[in-house]
Design a binder for this molecule. Sequence first.
Ligand SMILES: [Zn+2]
Length: 403
Amino acid sequence: MREDHDRLRFEIQARDGTARTGRLVTPHGIVETPAFIPLATTGAVRGLDTDEVAALGYEMVLGNTFHLALRPGHERIESLGGLHQFMGWERAIITDSGGFQVFSLAHGNVADEIKGRRGAAGNHGAILGIAEEGVRFRSYLDGVERFMGPEESMRIQAALGSDIALVFDECTPYHADFDYTARSTERTHRWLDRCLQWHEENGPAGQAVFGIVQGGVHEELRRRSSQRVSEAAIDGISIGGTLGRDKDEMGGVLGLTLPLLPSEAPKHLLGIGEPDDLLRGIELGVDLFDCAVPTRLGRHGVALAPLPEERFRMNVRSRALEADEGPLVEGCPCPACTRHTRAYLHYLTRAEELTGVRLLTLHNLTYLERLVRGAREAIAAGRYADYREAGLRGALPWEPMSY
Ligand SMILES: [Zn+2]
């Protein structure tokens, strides 16, 4: 870890067990943690304008190196003033390194199934070769051969001008065995050094860099990776790779990995963000989460809801809702819940009306924002265990007095 306050400052404010609240101070404003980070993979939070995302209370979004480099191209975005200006977002941006997407071309839907939640697009291209220098692949847009390695990923992220760049890594899938994961993790560590060297010499002065801990589900590899990444000159740590085949295994891998990382480091769990994952991750000391779930579910007619036995999901397309005059979720402050009935939202999703997608996306993002906001309040009050238990049982996140 390094401390460079011109890039990033992380101030832990309250602790409750291993859970904590903090302030991540970036060149584009403060992010109160624990925070959920909506995906703006292609430079837009699907269906929403940036002022709507800000109005929901979000202070950071995640842009994607792979997709933005292919279209419209990082040179274009740079010439138009950088990603903040290009997309009209004045708050903080973190950019994914593109490693997950290029390796998804090789690991395909298996990686997608297991890890699942870090953006499924990109599976239509093809991988042409993985080597020490990087990955050659065919663009899913036009079939043109492209290359991405550590230096290219950092160069793209520098051109985008994100507040936080992630190092280039391989996200190992669940089906990879110990030997493959060990070799891959070692290569990811060498790529970490190359990313940091390129960034040291060429990167923007105000851009922070997060290292990524890999190692799959293997304790020994997670240990090695945690140590290696913690010793590097980075500003924060992301936890990547498969975390197991189910939530119990994920809890085990996280419970093992987090204590190995420096307490003062901001910690980001890559691609995970269902309501119960947030509640459990926050308990273990995770500060940042990003995930496609709220926006993707919105496009598929599914609303987040306090229904633990239904994986916190409500199928708005269900016929059971067609004449239901009640709100989607009682007490939710979002426009879908305050202004419309379940029957109307059901009809919109059945009719595949864009308004339905937008309303469900606004609802889902409201739900997660309120969930992390409630967690911050509970931690500050020293009552996080109660909040977590209530949330896992299906308490509403905007009724903090209910736990
Ligand atoms: Zn709502």
